[in-house]
Design a protein around this ligand. Sequence first.
Ligand code: FES
Ligand code: MG
Length: 568
Amino acid sequence: MDLRSSRWYSGNDRNSYIHRAWMRRGLPREAFEGGKPHIAIANTASDLTPCNSHLNEVAQSVMNGVWEAGGVPLNLPVVSLGETNVRPTAMLWRNLAAMATEEMLRANPIDGVVLLGGCDKTIPSLLMAAASVDLPALVVPGGPMLTGHFRGAPLGCGTDVWRLSEEVRAGTLSREAFLRSESSMIRSRGHCNTMGTASTMACMAEALGMTLPGTAGTPAPDSRLLELSHESGRLAVELVERGRRPSQVMTRGSFLNAIVALAAVGGSTNAVVHLLAVAGRLGVRLDLDDFDRTGSGVPLLADLQPAGRHLMDDLFRAGGLAALLKEVEDLLDPAAITVTGRPLVEHLAGAEIWDEDVIRRRSNPLLPDAGIAVLRGNLAPSGAVIKPAAASPELLRHRGRAVVFDSVEDVHARLDSPDLDVDETSVLILRGCGPKGYPGMPEVGNLPLPAKLLEKGVRDMVRISDARMSGTAYGTVVLHAAPEAAAGGPLARVRTGDPIVLDVAARRLDVDVPDAELAAREPVMTGHARPVRGWERLYVEHVTQADRGADLDFLLGSGGDHVGRESH
Ligand code: FES
Ligand code: MG
């Protein structure tokens, strides 16, 4: 086998001596001979990414599998992003993590890679990196945490934080009780247990064919995760032997399968941006309208928070993603293969639903049409998205007066003021929070409701922004409006009092102001950051809009695994 790593290690010259000698710290000479694939384990374990802190144990199981199959495993810590800690938003660093991982995979003597992720941005950045370098790769998702309980009721990570904190603001829950729930929220190792972005992206990785089938959603503390990790290590060696690369697995058909899965699980709107970015790295044709076209008519089958009631542990117990996908098998591309070399649909044979309350039958869906809707109009000429599954049906067609906020700080300063001119029919608009504006497109699109309306019992309103929202959040929230205000989009020209018209069935989002009048208005750009140095500057200068995946423009297309020059 002509291994990439042998271009470093084989031969008798000075340079191959150097490459081998420095690596031989316990590795036998045979590790560099006889066609042993060198498998990197791109590991996002970090104490500051608490959702991924268990991945070193997962890595050990992967390593055992690699050794067993005749490969050489190498732990490669990569940039890790903790969703709850990293400021101003982990999304600002997703492309940095992807770029750094891509470069390290390319620069090093490796033949294949196992990608260990979990928390929201980690699987997307790893998939983007793997797509760019196109070395044989598969994902081991770190898995969700077990369900915690508070006062006898299950807690959904993220979702219940939003819900309980709104109850405090509405005066229906004491702050003391709210704070007591803190220690129950995170019961175990693993990522958020709702169908938030982390769970969604694990499912996306599997639907794309990039995991050992049956792995996504295995709870982090479940011993089967280690078994599957061991098996994934073995498969990584096989991938190298067969020369099976991400570009062969992640085809357009695979992305369309992922879109079907996204709708059926009621997944996070963030998956739209992430899947577009991964496709962009591969040069696979995929655009925003594919989400609407392919997702429309796909039923919501997973009764999971935030769109429903249950949590990831329940999904796993009920049969997992495979059982759910089996219900919509006819909508999947039968030709799209997985890392096993066999089509995704073949792996669904034998999958069964064990709890029809958690995974609904096709004949009894939670919603008949769960696809993410793509809206256009004079407020979002390049598109905006809404997740109808997490919205209030009666607000999906709505006309109301705009209440405009120029920044998150502006929201904090004015939202709860008794003088704010707002009622439940108003439309809250937040601008300056897109990729360039914040920068990094933070999860602030589900802006809180004004306290005086919460006190009246209002629990949802139409909200519109160029931001994202947490995959664990809910509400009638229009997101990712493009172009964003900071890129000169029409959001910058909207004024408080303008009539806003949302019509999800017609896929429209408009401000009812004559185009000429709108164009004549001076854009408001006050809420924007203007970074002067470093990554933030590079990012703002090159980031694409949300409808293109918010990647950097110069990272589109695959770079491949070739390195032209020696280091000495
Ligand atoms: Fe890490 Fe939710 S904070 S997955
Ligand atoms: Mg998040």
